[in-house]
Design a binder for this molecule. Sequence first.
Ligand code: G6P
Length: 590
Amino acid sequence: MCGIVGYIGEKPAASVLLDTLSRLEYRGYDSAGIATLYQGQIHAGKDAGSLMEVVAKQHLDMLPGNIGIGHTRWATHGGISAANAHPHMDCDNEIAVVHNGIIENYEILRQRLKGTHRFLSQTDSEVIPHLLDEYVHTGLSLEQALQKVVKELEGSYAILAISSREPDKIVGARRESPLIIGISPEGNYLASDALAFHGITDRVILIEEGECVVVTRVGVSIYNESGEKVKRAPIKTDWYHGELSKGLYDYFMLKEIHEQPAAIRRAVCQETAEVMAIAAEIRRVKHVVFTACGTSRHAALIGRYVFSKVAGIFGEVVMASEFEYFIESVDSQTLVLAISQSGETADVLDGVRRAKVKGAKIISLVNTVDSSLARLSDRVLYMKSGPEVGVAATKTFTAQLTLLYLLAFALADKYEEGKNQLTSVTAKIEESLVADADETNDLALKLKNQHDFYFIARGINFAVAAEGALKLKEVAYVHAEGMPAGELKHGTLALIDRGTPVVAICPHDYTFDEILPNIAETAARGAYVIGVSDKFESLFNEWIRIPPVPELFYPLVTIIPLQLFAYHSAVFRALDPDKPRNLAKSVTVK
Ligand code: G6P
């Protein structure tokens, strides 16, 4: 994973790099570092810890110069340490490199270089500055050296490099990891995500797979894999409507939970013709396969029920990391519906690439415009959620559901009806967010010392149970399992004891009467039952009240108190819900 940035221009590079990096911390926050160039020397600082901690420890803001590169890390190869933090250097400290991705053949390359080069870290990335150094010493320029180096690398990468011998440029390259250029009168920028340029510039150039770039104060040169120069004009982006500050909220997660009604309203506003075109593609094929990871997969699970109930279309959900093991069954009669907030999740991209080779149609639901997934797809619907900073997905989940509802209603030739229903459900969510005020907060306080939670539901609500449990695990570090209520008796019931919290997602819909016996089975064994419903039931020890909505739409309202419960549970445990340990928002490694 990791986030990388670069800057060359008139401003002090260190402050620009730290500012842009701070908006990429969602990509990892194990360690951070920057390198600048000044008076023919590289000045670098790096350490373990979040960006703010490293700035405080290493005084990164004091590094001189108007050109530099930076990195925020999510550890893959090599533990979390100062030595493994980026930038990495060649032996003479003349070349500094930041890298996002995984160099799969790094062991072989390291063995080859070891006799003549000194390695200071356990990372795969450190081979890159040493390889660059080898080529530069044969008389090549930094960009020529990078073009040679990338031919030797197997795996994924977005790389930025600077050299004290060529102090007027940053060179970069990408394959399977994102890299974008930002253009402004005060200088030029590079970053893993255009979010880094928020408030700085909206003029960007997208770098394509396999390309290398040279960025100077005044211009940009792009080279394709064959080394030929490519012309590409900047495009204007207004991708990010959202505010990037927490406003009146203590954490982004809470702010984003409250932004959900607005996010759903934006997601509903799609080009009708595009939605209809996608519906027509779906009708044309024999097999519909949803693929996604994490929260997006939970949206897919709900989408599967909605497609079946509204349009009679049966779809399979395949976890993206498992997709390749089913690839034999994919052909030109398959439509892959890939769902991803970031559009950069490596497992999703891998599955989609493999499916494309087999002739499948690719439709994606994405938040980040022009992300890798969007670019790989035949057609895209954008969530339009604006930036989601909290690592745990909230508003993009309900936006994904919104798109899935729209598609299902379009498939059933009831598009306008679907839009109207979504609009009235959104008003109910708004009311319930106001009404909740202290309810989930008090419950989280009461259950603060519980270590195991079981979330149960049936039918369309099952994935809400899974998502409620995931939220609690992610941000409060509490063991939680979400499962279909009917499965309880096949094993998990053995774990239910006096006082074990069981969260039953049981809106007054077609599942209500069927889940009651399952709730009773847990209550009989002493479970502390928290019912999430619009109908009170005497088995509940606690009742989280939700507004009644048409039964198909309950997932949009039942998830809200579960997100809030997880949030408050994290805060009561003195944890930062925006940056859970060991996790990152965009997982660009397999
Ligand atoms: C990571 C994030 C999750 C997210 C998942 C899929 O694990 O921490 O919040 O649901 O990736 O991300 P995507 O961008 O593909 O939706």
